[in-house]
Design a protein around this ligand. Structure first.
Ligand code: ACO
Length: 448
């Protein structure tokens, strides 16, 4: 198959959100800590009516409807998520309700889990299926869905929630350049969820930042090596038009791009200008360990990479800043921001993606963008996702109300025998929502 990749996308995030500026004040953090320090503007969260299952039902049914895809045309469906609702029954099986209605139960695939990486694992699986001899000619579907919530403390403002659905097939406007790919996998305890009675992770924030940057370095080196092997010349940031990062919070994305710039400097790649070389020279002798710890290097590289960041990363940051960390959906929401801001002008461009999931699994890979033809065109994908409208029509709540919701959700987590609020006024029509969890822990959903 030629040009296998993403044909269509749809995104859903809860209409309920809290402003980071208000949260900062409420938490007693110093002014600017969440907005400038972490680089975040706003954070979406699920009310008692929503969860990762309802969000993914909404994203999938909306994608099928808006691109006029017959549910019978789906041959594989994979879900990436790290939000545990059931230790055995996959989220994918809940999504089967949409397909069973149309008499299609012939759909391969289940869930993939490893922190924020599960969505990428699911995407690779589906792309591999389309490229394989088991492909039956139908579309694949990938869903990334997560609700990121943290206990009170410094990690709380780095939550978020969303679901993204992606239709996969050949001749795609967002095509994989499968030759250029680098992975780094390792055993670390930076962020994990060992307490099965709680939705909150155990997180070593500082370690998770360093692990992320080390994984980034390692993946970039491997991608560069593969590029050089196939193209016979060095890869540098000049060879890609945009860089999209998994975005736990925007500051880490700024640091990541600066890190790649420093890596290009160390390899003496063409993208680094003379003035920057001079500024970075004092850091060239640092060991790997020292370079992760050096605040001076961090600040200097961010300064010299600033203009290039605005050009190659800036257009990817809107949704992660406005919605927060969406775990598996975070990278693809950053990519959706790029489609939103640049849509049809992306034809012919190369986009480098970096996926990171704590624990840890990470891959850097490449997309080649093509204009495509309706309904699978870059501009139609941007129109369908309708990002600006979705952001505008949100409902801001006070930090007090947000904390109250977190407390209710803590209480409900793993619980049974409850019905949810009958007030669905904040949900847009077409949204699925949780109505009840019965005495057998069975979950029931309705569509507004
Ligand atoms: N004005 C401006 N900036 C400020 C202010 C202020 N008033 N106060 C603090 N800052 C800056 C700090 O200087 C720092 O920025 P810098 O790193 O550029 O120097 C930034 O705000 C964060 O402050 P810290 O004190 O360093 O960190 P904090 O204790 O708030 O924790 C952390 C931040 C570690 C990100 C925490 O939110 C966390 O644990 N989050 C979850 C883990 C995570 O997302 N890890 C990323 C990869 S793993 C994953 O995806 C889940």
């Amino acid at each position: 198959q030629k040009d296998v990749g993403i044909l269509a996308m749809e995104m859903y995030f809860p209409p309920t959100c809290v402003q980071q500026e208000a949260l900062e004040a409420h938490d007693g953090a110093s002014k600017g800590k969440y907005t400038i320090g972490l680089g975040q503007d706003c954070m979406a969260f699920c009310s008692e009516l929503e969860d990762v299952i309802s969000m993914s039902l909404t994203a999938v049914s909306s994608l099928l409807e808006k691109y006029k895809i017959d549910p019978k045309q789906i041959g594989r469906l994979e879900v990436g998520s790290e939000t545990v609702i059931d230790k055995s029954k996959s989220i994918k099986t809940f999504l089967m309700t949409i397909f069973e209605e149309c008499d299609n139960t012939d759909i391969e695939g289940v869930d993939s889990t490893n922190a924020c990486y599960g969505g990428t694992a699911a995407l690779f699986n589906v792309v591999n299926w389309v490229e394989s001899s088991s492909w039956d000619g139908r579309y694949g579907l990938v869903v990334c869905t997560d609700s990121a919530v943290y206990a009170e403390g410094p990690a709380r403002p780095t939550g978020g929630a969303a679901a993204i659905a992606m239709l996969i097939g050949p001749d795609a406007p967002i095509a994989f350049e499968s030759k250029y790919r680098g992975s780094h996998m390792s055993h670390v305890y930076d962020f994990y969820k060992p307490n099965l009675a709680s939705e909150y992770p155990v997180v070593d924030g500082k370690l998770s930042q360093t692990c992320y940057l080390m994984a980034l370095d390692s993946c970039y080196k491997r991608l560069c090596a593969k590029y050089e092997k196939f193209e016979g010349k060095q890869f540098s940031m000049d060879d890609a038009d945009y860089f999209v990062f998994h975005s736990p919070y925007n500051k880490l994305v700024q640091k990541s791009f600066a890190r790649l710039y420093f890596m290009d400097f160390l390899r003496n790649a063409s993208s680094v200008d003379e003035a920057s070389k001079e500024k970075l020279a004092p850091f060239s002798a640092l060991s790997g360990e020292e370079s992760y710890a050096s605040r001076d290097l961090e600040k200097t590289s961010q300064t010299v990479a600033k203009n290039l960041y605005a050009e190659k990363v800036g257009p990817t940051t809107l949704l992660p800043k406005q919605v927060g960390n969406m775990y598996t959906a975070s990278l693809y929401a950053a990519f959706a921001s790029l489609l939103h801001s640049k849509n049809s002008s992306l034809g012919g461009k190369r986009v480098i993606m970096f996926s990171y999931g704590s624990g840890l699994s990470s891959t850097m890979f490449s997309f080649r963008m093509r204009e495509g033809s309706h309904p699978f065109s870059l501009s139609n994908i941007a129109t369908v996702m309708d990002v600006a409208n979705k952001l505008e029509s949100r409902h801001e709540v006070t930090p007090e109300k947000f904390v109250e919701t977190m407390q209710l959700m803590e209480h409900r987590y793993g619980g049974k025998d409850f019905v949810t609020s009958k007030d669905t006024s904040l949900l847009p029509s077409g949204t699925y929502y949780l109505t009840e969890v019965d005495s057998m822990y069975r979950r029931f959903y309705s569509k507004k």
